[in-house]
Design a protein around this ligand. Sequence first.
Ligand SMILES: [Zn+2]
Length: 282
Amino acid sequence: MFLKKEWVWNKPIASPDGAGRATVKVENGRIFYAQRWSVYHPLNFPNLPNRLAHAESTTGAVKFVESYGILGYHSLIAEQSDDELFTTGDPLGWFLHQAKTVRFALQIINALQENKTEEQLSDLINNEMMLVPMKVLVKDAQEETKGPAHCFAEGADIVFRPALDREGKHNLIAFQLVCHLININIQNAVRTIGIKTKRSVPTEQYIFTQQFAFRSLIEAIWYMIGDAAVNLNRRGVRICQECGLPFIVTDKRQKFCPGDPFSSGSLCGGRNRIRKYRKSDN
Ligand SMILES: [Zn+2]
């Protein structure tokens, strides 16, 4: 039978000594875990892009890996065995650049979906730029000169992109940036048609089902961002009213970063309620 398994990813499980948390290590510029792991279905966690957007520092990255595993840098550059992959881990710098790029793309999608003005879009795009030596942008540029550029994670690479400064065209630039970032990060995602059993009948029957396969968790995350960009199932992007980070809507009443069974301890909704309660108490 050709029943194909759904795509899964690995996450560390809490250490057996009862500490309750997985042991994620940062050593020699890499983030990894060298312990027991279990598998899960990332596509059942639509808030993964938001959780990654929270990784603004090493602590944030560790928190993410504790819950969802590494992003899978190695599988983007070479075929390696799972064992090797999970003990080698991700380069921390690349991990944080991916988180930053995800945050940026979600913010732009939100701004476009909420019809922000040219000026607001221009601020959003330009605020993320940094001054870099012109040499990294143009080969024969003069020494010492600097120019503004974005620094994006594109697949396994970290790439400098020079400013696309076209007055009055920030709406189009915003669309182009989002398309580029999504497409470059999902180019190896694969959709296949599979078969699954129909359980509700007494005799064995089968139906078609679509399945997705990715080389790494980061590709699955970008795939979800693509769905949010086209507003698939009305799942657009909103900004959390507590922490200011973007999240993908799964329920139209949502105002805060949603949680899931792996991250229920860090929810913005709960924090917001506590703050309001304290305010009213004073
Ligand atoms: Zn939040």
